[in-house]
Design a protein around this ligand. Structure first.
Ligand code: PBG
Length: 323
């Protein structure tokens, strides 16, 4: 039986009706806000390619965290920009590194805010690559030690969740073992499991001052053409003990978010990355897109695809508008 018995428009007649039959909903608790921390005091330096986002010194960062917490968002993910960089990314795993100091300060001021850290080396190496360079390439196994040490130092400083974003093989197992050995059995791992070598990280590299000084990241991040390989990456991270799995970027990879949701019995996260944010903002600034509607449409699409957790630069604004 079809038309005229079936009329799909009956359930769209009014906002009350549309609200009743709505299949998916967004809540502030699903959003994770990325924040960038720099040394100094009173620093609030705008990131030109990401309107409304700043490099923040710890005092300013704490204020931002208080605001974010009051809005009820799920948590924050921290990225650090150290004073100085070196060949061995020592700032990444130093106990008094910028992220470690920031974690302690936030923990004191906003004890209940969920704190996630990005575990990677690219912001800390002088060459901007995500690991140790041996013979012109990132050496996988040597890099695992840095990652494990970073994760432990973040846990020690108060992180609730560590999120490795480097795409080395075996990092989840290495991090799990190091956390457990140091008594951090309760610290969860959110693996950037399927992370692609994407053009959409452009604005982030300005924000985090982490662009590679030579070559690119294609020998460790994934080829955007590969979907089955993405599932294999996720299988491996899941087997190694990841508590949650992430797909990154989000909107160009909605198919993979859906596949991951169908395949793994753990929460699926998606990172709506800097380029996804900036292109929307640029169109809004030109009057080509309506800000609120376009923002919520991207967020609901990512959620509908299967992500229960969304890392997004819209986190606070979306939470405010949902309240
Ligand atoms: C670190 C890292 C990157 C992003 C998150 N963690 C950059 C990269 O891999 O080059 C990108 C986030 C964004 O674009 O918003 N490896």
């Amino acid at each position: 039986m079809s038309f005229p018995v079936h009329r799909k428009r009956r359930l769209r007649v009014s906002e009350s009706m549309r609200r009743l039959v709505r299949e998916h909903h967004l809540e502030p608790s699903q959003f994770i806000l990325p924040l960038f921390v720099v040394p100094g005091e009173g620093v609030r330096k705008p990131i030109s390619s990401m309107p409304g986002n700043f490099q923040l010194s710890i005092d300013e960062l704490v204020k931002e965290c208080e605001k974010a917490h009051a809005l009820g968002i799920g948590g924050i993910i921290l990225f650090g920009i150290p004073d100085s960089k070196d060949e061995s990314a020592s700032g990444a795993y130093a106990d008094d590194g910028i992220v470690q100091q920031a974690l302690r300060a936030i923990r004191r001021a906003v004890p209940k805010l969920l704190l996630i850290t990005d575990v990677c080396n690219c912001e800390y190496t002088s060459h901007g690559h995500c690991g140790k360079i041996v013979g012109g390439d990132v050496d996988n196994d040597a890099t695992l030690e840095w990652l494990a040490a970073s994760a432990v130092s973040h846990a020690r400083a108060g992180a609730d969740i560590v999120a490795p974003s480097d795409m080395m093989d075996g990092r989840v197992a290495a991090i799990r073992a190091a956390l457990d050995k140091n008594g951090f059995q309760k610290i969860a791992i959110l693996a950037y499991a399927a992370k692609f070598a994407s053009a959409f990280y452009g604005p982030f590299r300005e924000a985090a001052e982490s662009a590679p000084q030579f070559g690119d990241r294609r020998s460790y991040q994934m080829d955007p053409a590969n979907a089955r390989e993405a599932m294999h990456e996720m299988d491996l991270d899941f087997e190694e003990g990841a508590d949650m799995l992430m797909v990154k970027p989000a909107m160009p990879y909605l198919d993979l978010i859906r596949q991951a949701y169908d395949r793994f019995p753990v929460p699926i996260a998606a990172y709506q990355v800097s380029g996804e944010f900036s292109m929307l903002m640029a169109a809004v600034e030109r009057g080509w897109l309506e800000y609120e509607r376009a923002m919520f449409e991207t967020l609901i699409s990512i959620h509908r695809a299967g992500a229960s957790i969304i890392l997004t630069y819209f986190a606070c604004d979306a939470a405010r508008l949902l309240a």
